[in-house]
Design a protein around this ligand. Structure first.
Ligand SMILES: Cc1cc2nc3c(=O)[nH]c(=O)nc-3n(C[C@H](O)[C@H](O)[C@H](O)COP(=O)(O)OP(=O)(O)OC[C@H]3O[C@@H](n4cnc5c(N)ncnc54)[C@H](O)[C@@H]3O)c2cc1C
Length: 392
């Protein structure tokens, strides 16, 4: 059992994709874990995610059958298109990740992913309506406090509570995340199969700092997102003004963009500012560590935030089971994870900034066509990641 005993109490704060995958890995390794989530229910979130071979191989090392279920539920991208906002095709590129790295590029609704992860866990270990307000630790235990006046005691606390992590604030006190000068709007809607072929992703770019993406998210759904430079980051007042704002951004663009957005009910559109945090040297102290966006939030330009959280889950659980003390386990976890996540942070930030410059077309062409700009070398490094748990 390494740094922990089978009887050790482990608390995970946050039932997002990082917290749930970590809890599954802990249960699979025979540890006792409880997950504390601030939401009242695991509600559907109007977003989709792209999972790549590194993330899926990490999940497969944790629970292989779960990955098969995910692959049934999502769509496997077979072709990526890049277009101008005028509708002119810039590039179409087959996506062959499954052949190269053993797992596809998988698009799935966020809510479906969360549901499949949660289904693998015993229902009584997820505690909803538990908003963490901080913790205090000693040599022997960590006490976690919640807004509902409850407190729990654990041997180990894992903060998987996202980009505005309260666990991180209590641990590192390093302030708020950094606004990166753009807003995103996202929604999941029924798939308009007459309008669009399945298993494709299309990215549309305009030279004035605006991009749009739509993708088959599986099971009859389409996921779209629009991002635009917005220097002050102010949010819309209500769903109707949110929708009008997105329609304004894509006004004059070629179909199907205006139709996809025009047909989306306003209340389904999620508006969110884009933030990240510069990398830090450590994520752990005493009995507490961080994982996923709580540890290393990046801008969503190369679709790696959730994938990195799955890698973290694998690595942390391996270190906890192999090392003889918590200190050694956290050292090993950080040694494995910090350098890799720093590279992904830098690449995401660079790619994110370029995708909104007047030469966005070139930047996105390089991203999609891996024969250019050493993109192939980076993709090989990123996607060929082999989770340490799978080597046992
Ligand atoms: C526009 C956009 C597109 C993206 N696209 C992709 C993509 O295609 N592929 C990809 O891999 N990643 C993508 N990401 C990034 C991805 O969403 C995140 O990296 C991922 O969700 C991180 O997972 P997490 O579990 O660490 O945090 P989260 O998903 O944020 O989960 C944190 C959980 O903690 C809970 N919580 C928060 N505070 C507390 C508290 N105080 N107490 C208790 N619970 C709390 C929250 O309610 C939530 O359930 C995208 C992000 C954005 C913004």
């Amino acid at each position: 059992m390494g740094a922990l005993q089978a009887s050790s109490k482990i608390a995970v704060v946050g039932a997002g994709v990082g917290g749930l995958s970590t809890a599954i890995a802990l249960v699979q390794q025979g540890f006792e874990v409880q997950v504390y989530e601030r939401a009242q229910a695991l509600r559907p979130v109007g977003a989709g995610l792209t999972l790549s071979p590194n993330g899926l191989n990490s999940l497969a090392a944790i629970h292989p059958e779960m990955v098969e279920t995910l692959k049934q539920a999502g769509s496997h991208t077979r072709i990526a298109h890049l277009k101008k906002s005028t509708g002119e095709l810039i590039l179409s590129q087959p996506v062959r990740l499954a052949q190269q790295f053993g797992q596809p590029m998988l698009n799935i609704r966020w809510s479906r992913l969360q549901e499949i992860l949660a289904q693998v866990l015993p229902t009584d270990i997820i505690h909803l309506n538990h908003c963490c307000t901080g913790f205090k630790q000693s040599d022997t235990a960590v006490v976690v406090h919640f807004r509902n006046q409850k407190s729990i005691e654990a041997d180990l606390l894992i903060g998987a509570d996202g980009i505005n992590s309260m666990v991180r604030q209590t641990l590192l006190r390093d302030g708020s995340p950094r606004y990166r000068g753009r807003l995103s709007w996202r929604a999941v809607v029924p798939y308009p199969s007459k309008l669009l072929p399945p298993d494709e992703v299309t990215i549309v770019t305009a030279p004035d700092g605006k991009n749009c993406l739509w993708v088959d998210a599986g099971e009859g759904y389409l996921f779209w997102s629009v991002m635009a430079l917005e220097h002050d980051g102010s949010l819309s007042l209500d769903p109707q003004s949110t929708k009008l704002r997105v329609l304004e951004i894509v006004s004059g663009w070629a179909e199907p963009v205006p139709t996809i957005i025009g047909n989306t009910p306003a209340h389904l559109i999620m508006e969110r500012p884009i933030f990240d945090r510069p990398p830090v040297k450590s994520w752990s102290q005493g009995r507490v560590t961080l994982l996923g966006d709580a540890a290393h939030p990046v801008v969503p330009s190369i679709g790696q935030g959730a994938n990195m959280a799955f890698e973290d889950a694998c690595e942390l659980i391996y270190c906890l089971s192999q090392c003889s003390t918590l200190e050694a386990a956290f050292d090993a976890y950080e040694t494995q994870r910090i350098p890799r996540t720093e590279v992904i942070y830098a690449r995401s930030a660079y790619q994110g900034d370029r995708a909104y410059q007047p030469d966005s077309e070139t930047a996105l062409r390089e991203l999609i066509n891996p024969s250019q700009w050493r993109q192939e070398e980076f993709d090989n490094w990123l996607y060929s990641y082999k989770p340490v748990l799978s080597k046992n």
